[in-house]
Ligand binder design. Structure first.
Ligand code: NAG
Ligand code: NAG
Length: 426
């Protein structure tokens, strides 16, 4: 024990020791230190010495809401070895991903992100490579340090449903619900930190609903992408402080693009294609970072509905018209793609664009009817022409017959008629 701010623990006695030291920790809430028990020695030997775990392991909390720095020193047992490479393996439990992470380093410090509401677990051993180890790396025994932060504040007052959405890469809203047992007249405070800040800052703009703080709006300039972004929400009330909640996120994984607002639907008659295209949504998400999902809803002639969803990277798609369909409707939404972030939220759906069968499929029938009418017309004209031709033939025959009769008649008349009347019949 070097001072009241130090907590010494060993795997087997950690809980007992922790109880004794809680008061010490409270008095140094922003500086948490852990040291390795000095009598812990390794059974592994190399070059005639014990390969002990690193000594004086300390976990320091600089007050950056979970970003802790771990320090250690070279173990005494190998202090005097010459021409050796000494490396350290550090494993720590990632409470966000619920798995151990490992690093190996020649250095004597390492910074990692921890959830200060959960036990901080670190395991370390020494790796020794000397001429006398025949060039192989000898691995010492592992030691574990655990620190369980004490949860202070009124029980049941921790906020719930914490949720951050980075709208169109323009501003981020983080919202929460109050805890189940929140004391009356409580006031929440949000503090945040990222790697380009020297210290934590309070929320730049609280979201207040019915006079109560329910969230925080971060303008773009207060955010940093691809970096740990730590948040804590604590609070005070006449009944005492509220229990602090800690969160750590990367803002680029919380983007929700705006809804697609320009959507166009065209029907190509000849190819029987429906062409849908749209413009990328407004906002500051780069176009190459967006992926889309198109939903089509088709009502068939028999009344059944077909729904289809298709993911795509560009801003247009062609659908083949379904012959039996009565109506087809389309809508689009977007999300940040895997080239720009590990996660994201779907935007709201665009408005819906529809085509009905009358518009789409009647033109096809029109063609047939038109061709049919044309054929009928041609046939009709041909029949009329033929009829006229036949009629003419008949008429001509009749006139020639008439002519013959008339001549005969005239001759007869000339013979029997008085000459006075003859001029009338000429
Ligand atoms: C290194 O090699 C020598 C000779 O081969 C052997 O005697 C010795 O035990 C080895 N040492 C280690 C640490 O393996
Ligand atoms: C809330 O957390 C911040 C940052 O750690 C701290 O400065 C402040 O004192 C805390 N407030 C309360 C009421 O616990």
């Amino acid at each position: 024990m070097r001072s009241g701010a130090f907590i010494t623990q060993q795997r087997k006695q950690k809980n007992m020791l922790l109880l004794n030291k809680i008061s010490a920790w409270i008095s140094a809430s922003t500086l948490l230190l852990l040291t390795q028990h000095p009598v812990c020695t390794s059974a592994v030997t190399a070059c005639g010495v014990f390969v002990d775990p690193p000594a004086n392991i300390e976990i320091k909390d600089p007050g950056l809401l979970g970003q802790l720095s771990i320090h250690w020193t070279r173990p005494d047992s190998i202090q005097n070895l010459k021409d050796c490479t000494v490396r350290y393996q550090l494993r720590y439990y990632d409470t966000y991903e619920e798995r151990w992470r490992s690093i190996r380093t020649l250095k004597l410090n390492f910074a990692a992100q921890f959830d200060l509401e959960k036990p901080v677990k670190v395991r370390m051993f020494t790796l020794l490579k000397c001429p006398c180890t025949n060039g192989t790396e000898v691995q010492g025994e592992e030691t574990e340090s655990v620190y369980t932060p004490e949860l202070t504040g009124v029980e049941g007052s921790r906020i719930r449903e914490f949720h951050c959405v980075f709208y169109g890469n323009e501003y981020m809203d983080c919202t929460w619900e109050s805890g189940p047992a929140q004391p009356l007249n409580s006031q929440h405070h949000l503090y945040y930190w990222h790697s380009e800040m020297d210290e934590t800052k309070e929320c730049p703009e609280y979201i207040v609903i019915s006079g109560v703080r329910r969230g925080c709006r971060f303008p773009r300039k207060s955010l940093k992408e691809f970096s740990t972004f730590n948040v804590c929400v604590n609070g005070s009330s006449p009944a005492g402080n509220l229990r602090t909640a800690f969160f750590s996120l990367e803002v680029q994984n919380h983007v929700k693009p705006a809804a697609v607002s320009y959507l166009r639907l065209r029907v190509s008659e000849m190819e029987r294609l429906v062409k849908l295209d749209w413009a990328p949504p407004n906002g500051m998400v780069p176009e190459h970072c967006l992926e889309y999902e198109v939903e089509s809803n088709t009502t068939m002639a028999d009344g059944t509905d077909h729904q289809q969803r298709k993911g795509l990277e560009n801003t247009s798609i062609d659908f083949l018209k379904e012959g039996e369909s009565k109506k087809s409707c389309f809508r689009v939404r977007s999300k940040v793609n895997m080239y720009c972030a590990d996660a994201g939220f779907w935007s709201d759906w665009s408005h819906i664009k529809c085509i009905a069968s009358q518009e789409t499929y009647v033109p096809a029938w029109d063609h047939l009817i038109l061709v049919g009418l044309l054929v009928i017309a041609i046939v009709f004209i041909l029949i009329i022409c033929l009829s006229l031709w036949i009629l003419r033939k008949i008429c001509m025959k009749k006139t020639s017959k008439k002519g013959v009769l008339y001549t005969l008649y005239k001759q007869k008349l000339h013979e029997n008629m008085p000459t006075i009347l003859s001029p009338i019949f000429q």
